[in-house]
Design a protein around this ligand. Structure first.
Ligand code: RP5
Length: 166
C-alpha cells in the first residue's frame, strides 16, 4: 500500500471516497482506515508512527468539526500529510477547515478545500509521481483529457450563444 487514507469516522466515507477513486483511477494502491484523534488517540498515533516503515508514502486525513486528525498524524510521522476538512451540518465546514489548516510552524499539513477529497488524492499522486514516470504520464494524460473536455464545452457554449469562433 502506498497511500494511507484515514478518516475520523465512518460517516466521513462518502466524502473520502473521492480520494480513493482518484488514486484507484491512477492505479495507486491505497489502504483506508477509520482512526479518530479524539476517540482512538493511541491507535491514531501508533498508525502514524508505523506508517513509513510499513511502506506508506503519503497520508490523507479527512475529519470534520474539531478536525485534529491530520495534525495529530503529522505530529507523529515525517511523511507528507494532506488534510481534507469535512463539512458537518452545523457550521458548514468552516470549523473543520480552520481546525485543520491553522497548524503550528514545524508541523505541516497540506489542507485542501472543504470536502476536497478528490484533490487530496490527486495531490498525493503528484507527490508520488516525482519518482514514478509511469504515474507522471498517467497524470499528464488525465490533465490533457480535462483540458479537452473544457475545450469541447467552450465550443458547445459558443455555438449555443452564437459567440462565433476565434
Ligand atoms: C469527526 O467528527 C469525524 O471526522 C466526523 O467528521 C465527525 C462526526 O463523526 P460521527 O459523530 O459521525 O462519528 O471526528
Amino acid at each position: 500500500m502506498t497511500v494511507g487514507i484515514v478518516m475520523g469516522s465512518a460517516s466521513d466515507a462518502p466524502i473520502m471516497d473521492g480520494a480513493v477513486e482518484a488514486l484507484r483511477e491512477l492505479g495507486v494502491p491505497v489502504e483506508v482506515r477509520v482512526l479518530s484523534a479524539h476517540r482512538t488517540p493511541d491507535e491514531t498515533i501508533d498508525y502514524a508512527r508505523k506508517a513509513s516503515s510499513r511502506g506508506l508514502k503519503v497520508l490523507i486525513a479527512g475529519a470534520g468539526g474539531a478536525a485534529h486528525l491530520a495534525g495529530v498524524l503529522a505530529a507523529a510521522t515525517g511523511l507528507p500529510v494532506i488534510g481534507v476538512p469535512i463539512a458537518l451540518a452545523n457550521l458548514g465546514g468552516l470549523d473543520s477547515l480552520l481546525a485543520m489548516v491553522q497548524m503550528p510552524k514545524g508541523v505541516p499539513v497540506a489542507t485542501v478545500a472543504v470536502n476536497g477529497a478528490r484533490n487530496a488524492g490527486l495531490l498525493a499522486a503528484r507527490m508520488l509521481a516525482l519518482s514514478d514516470d509511469e504515474l507522471a504520464a498517467a497524470l499528464e494524460r488525465q490533465r490533457e483529457k480535462m483540458a479537452a473536455d473544457v475545450r469541447a464545452a467552450d465550443a458547445e457554449v459558443r455555438t449555443r450563444y452564437g459567440s462565433g469562433q476565434d
